[in-house]
Design a protein around this ligand. Structure first.
Ligand code: SF4
Ligand code: SF4
Length: 470
């Protein structure tokens, strides 16, 4: 029988957060500590500072990041994107999906444990507050099973009040990304009757966050998150994941000072259960890679500490592939990893090139449909054109239109072609050409748009006019 076959597979019939009778198995994970936990804490501080600070940073009076889906206005690191940039969004979205699939196939669920906002808030904010108020896992369990005495009311009340406050803070920040920090300030400083939609949205978001972090917790990853549910098809035996080295660890057993003569040799796992105690999703990683595992690496820290104490090498639980554990070879860049990485690189390059080549101004010109030409004084003919200019910058932009290679005059009807920041200007102009300059009824012409004297776009169109022999 191999080490793998020794492992009991019955855990696959249930999930760690549900008891046999179908009730919630509330998880009280032991407070983690160790190198990986410290690294995650530092990364989380950086990511949280980024998330809460970003809405306050403005460039030319506009936020650095804005995802206003209501007005279809998006600003990404100072670059404005509107509905007319749909193709870039679509490509970026496809690239993101492919990126996620390929990244997961190679590096597993590292994103879940280290970068996902759900895990960061749950483990690095709400859970830390819980440890601070209620103590470590044993104290929490004891408090939960105790009657509602003064201590329990005080501790639970204080915890939930702080949770609610943080949920409000997260809701306001999320709203700031959607409608901008100025609008959030307006909502906060107005009465609910003045801004009922904003008030309702803010409270709905707060309620959702409070529900998730105070009660729903790890179930969001296990039952709701589509990315988590996809793991079964995205991972294979060569994917990196938090993995228990069953070759080295089995057969597990408690350390005993006296070794019986006929006792079979034991593996490195001393069956201390610490890797299970620290797991926020309530699983035993020694059973193998499981859907519930978010790769938070808490069990790696716990096991490394044990290995140091019993004078064995660290890494009984480590980031490795199943193939790596079976063969003993360290994870290396295989042909598959290289191919996936090249595809990823190409995708990211395409989106980057599109972003770089994206112009600040978009100009389109079209001869007004259904209109022929008009005779004008001084032996001239005119055609009418529609034009629209999209200003994707934060400044006023004045555009000049000129016809290339043909003496012609452009008269913009009803105003000038100055476009306000982040606005679309739609107008009309009349193009006047001397009849003697026209050789045929339908003349191909080029109209160029200039910004500060620099040509930014040339549009091919046509000019209709009566052909006259000289
Ligand atoms: S098994 Fe380990 S890595 Fe996976 S969720 Fe539990 S503690 Fe985190
Ligand atoms: S922490 Fe390590 S030694 Fe302890 S039970 Fe888990 S795998 Fe075995």
């Amino acid at each position: 029988m191999t080490n793998e076959e020794l492992l009991d597979q019955s855990f696959r019939d249930s999930i760690g957060t549900v008891k046999k009778d179908g009730k919630r198995n509330w998880i009280y994970p032991k407070k983690p500590k160790g190198w990986y936990y410290n690294a995650r804490t530092l990364l989380s501080i950086f990511l949280l500072a980024f998330m809460f600070g970003m809405p306050f940073i403005k460039v030319h009076g506009e936020p650095l990041l804005l995802f206003n889906i209501f007005e279809r206005k998006f600003i990404i690191f100072g670059m404005f994107f509107g509905p007319y940039d749909f193709h870039i969004f679509l490509l970026a979205f496809v690239a993101l999906v492919v990126f996620v699939i390929l990244f997961t196939a190679i590096y597993g669920r590292i994103f879940c444990g280290w970068l996902c906002p759900q895990t960061i808030f749950m483990e690095m904010v709400f859970r830390k507050i819980e440890y601070w108020i209620e103590g470590d896992f044993r104290d929490q369990r004891k408090l939960a099973s105790s009657p509602w005495n003064k201590e329990k009311i005080l501790k639970k009340g204080a915890k939930w009040a702080i949770f609610l406050g943080i949920s409000y803070l997260i809701a306001h920040t999320v709203m700031a990304y959607l409608v901008g920090i100025d609008e959030v300030k307006e909502i906060v400083s107005s009465s609910p009757a003045e801004r009922p939609a904003g008030f309702l949205a803010m409270n709905a978001f707060t309620g959702i966050f409070f529900f998730i972090f105070a009660w729903f917790r790890e179930q969001a990853c296990i039952m709701v998150c589509p990315y988590g549910r996809l793991q079964g098809v995205l991972l294979d035996e060569n994917s990196l994941a938090v993995t228990y080295d069953f070759v080295r660890g089995e057969p597990r057993g408690r350390l005993s000072r006296q070794i019986e003569v006929d006792e079979p040799p034991k593996g490195d796992c001393v069956d201390c259960h610490l890797c299970v105690d620290v797991c926020p999703t309530g699983i035993d990683i020694r059973n193998g890679i499981q859907m519930e595992c978010v790769n938070c690496t808490a069990c790696m820290d716990a096991c490394d500490e044990v290995m140091v104490k019993i004078d064995k090498p660290k890494g009984l639980i480590r980031l490795d592939s199943l193939t790596g554990v079976r063969t003993g070879k360290r994870f290396s860049f295989t042909a598959r990893v290289w191919i996936y990485s090249v595809v990823l690189f190409i995708l990211v390059s395409i989106v980057t090139v599109l972003m770089i080549n994206r112009t600040d101004l978009d100009v389109s010109i079209l001869r007004t449909p259904g209109m022929l030409y008009q005779d004008q004084p001084n032996n001239k003919i005119s055609n009418l054109y529609n034009f629209h200019i999209i200003n994707k910058t934060f400044y006023d932009q004045k555009i000049e239109l000129k016809v290339k290679g043909l003496p012609a005059e452009i008269k913009i009807l009803g105003g000038n072609s100055t476009v306000k920041p982040l606005e679309v200007y739609e107008g009309r102009f009349m193009l006047l050409v001397n009849k003697n300059d026209l050789k045929e009824l339908n003349t191909k012409i080029q109209i160029a748009a200039y910004q500060n004297g620099e040509e930014i776009k040339t549009v091919n169109t046509s000019f209709l006019g009566k052909y006259e022999e000289k």
